[in-house]
Design a protein around this ligand. Structure first.
Ligand code: NAD
Ligand code: DAU
Length: 340
């Protein structure tokens, strides 16, 4: 594996992964293939383009567009696809589920077809702990049944099943990682940690859904990237690997860490109407990936505090997003009733 197509590489995790891989492997070439939806931004990669211009290329394209996918793979002689491209926000999946089926299911199929046709060395799918559904006790293992409960997680689970079908039916060398909640630089500020950090900086309320007792494993994005790297190099085709910090906390605990890091009072916390179908808890058993020699480097608390500090130091990145019309319209639709 030397020449990668990283789909969705202009998004949050994808852009961190591209930077991590180009820094670590001086002989790797990466083509980022991204539709640049509201969540995909070239600013996320501007330093990458400047530092690694001879080993990096960008193609604007949709993973649902089979012709452009195939011509890009041929033009750049790609041997490995890593698919981050997806619609990713659970709240948006409750507003526009069709977009999730299109990209997360049909788009995955288009990439698999291209990988099969060109006999690529590896197809790697970035998936999520949400495909297991909520787990009130114990931890999800890779062999557990999938019980997704939102349009987002149902689309991601469908994508996973299609990936495994290409392994079983045609022997396509696939791997899948299922990650827990990521936090870190360049996460679009509709996701809870950057939303709360930036609201706190502006003395705006932090809208906690329901009682705030939902449990999440907030992992640092570069720990996730290292896990994907390990699976790409040591993982077995046809296998699934969970990636998470192995620790967890309630949303209310997360919110208090955000406020303490920004230095703002807990009176900014506002409990609002819950997300419909809100999964109460996710928790991953990550022993399979650990057995390949991987270890997370951050606890949830460290990951959240480090992330909040990045947002405090990088207003240039998030302020134009939050001031934009698209964001304001989304915020009004999602929160104006709730915050009344
Ligand atoms: P993101 O929303 O920040 O980025 C998604 C990227 O995909 C954007 O750059 C967007 O432009 C691109 N994209 C969307 N539709 C596309 C299409 N049809 N064709 C080409 N590009 C398209 O997402 P993220 O948080 O970085 O998540 C990346 C992947 O990781 C997703 O597959 C997601 O399901 C998975 N994941 C995310 C988390 C998390 O906590 N953020 C956790 C586990 C798994
Ligand atoms: O678990 C992995 C998943 O994590 C990824 O697959 C998704 O792509 C990613 O978006 C994330 O999904 P969540 O729904 O867990 O993330 P979100 O940041 O939207 O919400 C985290 C928790 O915070 C969740 O319990 C809902 C709650 N929340 C969220 C928002 C946006 C609030 O209480 N208030 C909010 O305003």
């Amino acid at each position: 594996m030397r020449r990668f197509l990283v789909t969705g590489g202009a998004g949050f995790i994808g852009s961190n992964f591209v930077r991590y891989m180009l820094e670590k492997y001086p002989d790797y070439f990466i083509v980022v293939y991204d539709k640049l939806t509201y969540a995909g931004r070239l600013e996320n990669l501007q330093d990458v383009a400047a530092r690694f211009g001879d080993r990096y290329a960008f193609v604007k394209g949709d993973i649902c567009d089979a012709e452009t996918v195939e011509s890009t793979l041929r033009n750049y002689q790609v041997d490995t696809i890593v698919n981050f491209a997806a619609e990713t926000h659970v709240d948006r999946s409750l507003l526009t589920p069709g977009a999730f089926i299109q990209t997360d299911v049909y788009g995955t199929f288009v990439l698999l077809e291209a990988a099969k046709k060109l006999s690529l060395e590896r197809y790697h799918q970035i998936s999520t702990d949400e495909v297991y559904g909520q787990v009130l006790e114990d931890r999800s293992r890779e062999t557990d049944h999938l019980k997704p409960r939102s349009p987002y997680s149902a689309s991601k689970a469908s994508g996973d099943l299609m990936v495994l079908a290409y392994y079983e039916s045609w022997g396509l060398p696939v791997t899948i990682t299922r990650g827990s909640n990521n936090v870190g630089p360049y996460q679009y500020p509709e996701k809870v940690v950057p939303l709360f950090a930036t609201n706190a900086m502006d003395d705006q309320p932090l809208p906690v859904y329901g009682d705030g007792q939902q449990m999440r494993d907030y992992q640092y994005v570069l720990d996730h990237c290292e896990g994907i790297d390990v699976v790409l190099h040591k993982g077995k085709p046809g296998e699934v690997y969970n990636v998470g910090s192995g620790s967890e906390m309630t949303n209310l605990e997360m919110t208090k860490i955000v406020l303490a890091t920004v230095g703002k009072p807990e009176s900014l916390i506002k409990h609002v109407d819950d997300r419909p179908g809100h999964d109460r808890r996710y928790a991953l058993d990550v022993s399979k990936l650990r057995s390949l020699g991987w270890e997370p480097r951050h606890t949830c608390a460290q990951a959240i505090a480090k992330t909040v500090r990045w947002y405090m130091e990088n207003e240039w990145w998030w302020r134009p997003i939050k001031n934009g019309e698209l964001y304001q319209a989304y915020y009004a639709e999602q929160y104006s009733q709730r915050l009344k």
